[in-house]
Design a binder for this molecule. Sequence first.
Ligand code: AMP
Ligand code: MG
Length: 331
Amino acid sequence: MSLVCLGLEGTAHSFGAGVVSSEGKVLSNNWDMVSPQEGGIHPREASRHHSDKGPDLIVKSLTEAGVSFHDIGLVAFSRGPGLGPCLRATATMARSLALKLGVPLVGVNHCVAHIEIGCLESRFKDPVTVYVSGGNTQVIAFAGSRFRTFGETLDIAIGNMLDVFGRTVGMHFPAGPGIEREAGKGANYHTLPYSVKGMDVSYSGMLTAARKLHSEGVGLTDLCFSIQETAFGMLAEVTERAVAHTKKTEILLTGGVARNKRLGEILSGVANRHGATFHTVSPPLAGDQGAMIAWTGILQYNAGDRLQIADSHVWPRWRTDEQDITWRLSS
Ligand code: AMP
Ligand code: MG
């Protein structure tokens, strides 16, 4: 019998509701993103956005999936990591629904969900995952029953670096697509701090240096080109070492920054050099959305995971490698 899961995602700027069946069919996936007029995301404003938009998005996703509330057999929600107020608003909706419908509840790790939905789409079994978004920059691989973070940013996320630089030069949020467009027209490389420390990367020095070059009159196209080549080169180095170390034969690129064609090109070069297969998660499943939460919820539920309402508080600092991945064979 097919199980239908409603997944709610609300770790940061986006609220998403997705409906997925236990066969791995994404029946619907709708989301809405808070877009501040200026500056960054305010956690309280974002949580209010989730509470305001959540109910309509849930109904929209059920309608599109062609199911009613009574067809839902499981409710999954993003338990962390993320912004406290956003997580709590989302968890409250999930708890109420699970209680009202009398169905089980599971709490899902946002980063793990990005990997699992990528594996569902690519049919990859055991990839090195490069997860790059507004709030995260991680190179992750499965080892010894957990998803291990092999490398990550020591300061700001790559998407955040692009957005803050974009804001400095007058681009709209999110700035990633504009930077990619400008970079395509640039050709002269200006040296920026290339900062790989062990297996970790750091983007704050690059951001400061790029802003300084901009204030000194370096053209935007060349600057965007230099930012991309440096930032993506750093990620490629860490990914290459993770692949060489783990001997895995698949590389998965996901998260909002995965939309960048140049990043895909560079990482697919890494895959070629190591005889690995490369896949970029398609844009509707690469960003923050509910389908990834629903699908991972099904995997957890099938492995016996259940969350009591009384124990369902959120975990804003839940790390990827703090969860036993019971549905995967230990390697
Ligand atoms: P997410 O946090 O997963 O929703 O992704 C949003 C982030 O992806 C923002 O920081 C965007 O600037 C970034 N982004 C979106 N499209 C692109 C692109 N084409 N190139 C680089 N970054 C992008
Ligand atoms: Mg994300």
